[in-house]
Design a protein around this ligand. Structure first.
Ligand code: ATR
Length: 279
């Protein structure tokens, strides 16, 4: 696809960035909608992240995504934060204003919820308690968005309990933490189980979680998407639970940025999913 001198520009800043699927994701939409624009990988080392973000308006960029390890630095650098980014303490989307100012947003929770909505029609966070496993950066977005969507309670368990306690204190609200050993007991009564740990990822051992106590109507989701069908999801599906794979979170979190930079609300389709998972 060729672009003109008037092309709209955006990209993704990370370090390293070679593994990012975002250029392919946004590139698919740009081509699909025939938009004169480009979305490029931006390999920015940590000691130059502030300089790189400040250069966005000078270069005429409409904004960018921010990924590991820059999400917290972006939070500290931008001129304005939306309410969600403020709550997360992290920014994954920057929008350059008409005046050259940088607005920081966080769309990870939006992506997580939209993925569940489309993958498990009829599911609602308000239906009952959720069990969230893991307490890293991704867990923060998951827990906060579940509470915002009306989850009556979120059980949070992490191998290192102190990290779960810290996350619960930061986010506030109806979060209860528990010891790692009690995770299987907490399945009873859960309407949603979320793995936010790295367990189950290709090259990692599966998450150790016996699903015996999980009600049949509960939905199980994983933020790991390599492989798409993690051992956890396979086990849940085998016993009849609805499962939602993790790549949709990546696809849906990209929607608000694309709309802001390129002026069109994009759609998440099977074609997009296939393109992003390729290679
Ligand atoms: P992020 O990249 O999301 O910020 P991370 O620090 O990489 O987070 O977190 C990965 C998550 O996987 C953590 O919850 C981590 O648990 P700890 O806080 O105890 O480290 C979890 N995790 C990693 N390896 C694990 C294992 N072998 N068993 C259980 N949990 C594990």
């Amino acid at each position: 696809m060729t672009i003109s001198g008037k092309a709209r520009l955006a990209g993704v800043m990370g370090w390293p960035i070679g593994h990012s699927r975002s250029p392919r994701l946004h590139g698919y939409w740009l081509e699909q909608y025939g938009i004169d624009g480009a979305y490029v990988p931006l390999a920015v080392p940590p000691d130059r992240i502030e300089q790189a973000m400040r250069a966005l308006p000078a270069l005429g960029f409409r904004g960018c995504n921010v990924t590991v390890p820059h999400k917290e630095a972006a939070y500290r650098t931008v001129d304005r934060l939306d309410a969600t980014a403020k709550r997360m303490g992290a920014v994954n989307t920057i929008v350059v204003g008409e005046d050259g100012s940088l607005e920081g947003r966080n769309t990870d929770g939006f992506g997580f919820i939209e993925n569940l909505r489309s993958g498990a029609p009829g599911w609602s966070a308000a239906d009952g308690p959720a069990l969230v496993i893991g307490a890293g950066g991704a867990a923060r977005a998951v827990v906060a968005s579940l509470l915002d969507e009306g989850a009556p309670r979120v059980w949070l368990v992490n191998r290192t309990r102190a990290r779960a306690d810290e996350l619960a204190a930061d986010i506030g609200g109806a979060i209860e933490t528990a010891d790692w050993v009690s995770r299987e007991t907490l399945l009873e009564g859960a309407v949603l189980v979320v793995n936010t740990t790295t367990q189950g990822m290709a090259g990692q051992p599966p998450l150790e979680l016996d699903l015996r106590a999980l009600p049949g109507w509960a939905v199980v989701t994983d933020i790991v998407y390599t492989p798409l069908m993690t051992p956890l999801l396979a086990a849940a599906q085998a016993r009849g639970n609805r499962v939602v794979d993790g790549v949709g979170m990546l696809l849906h979190q990209a929607r608000p940025g694309f709309a802001a930079w390129f002026g069109r609300e994009p759609e998440v389709t099977e074609g997009l999913k296939a393109a992003v998972l390729q290679g």
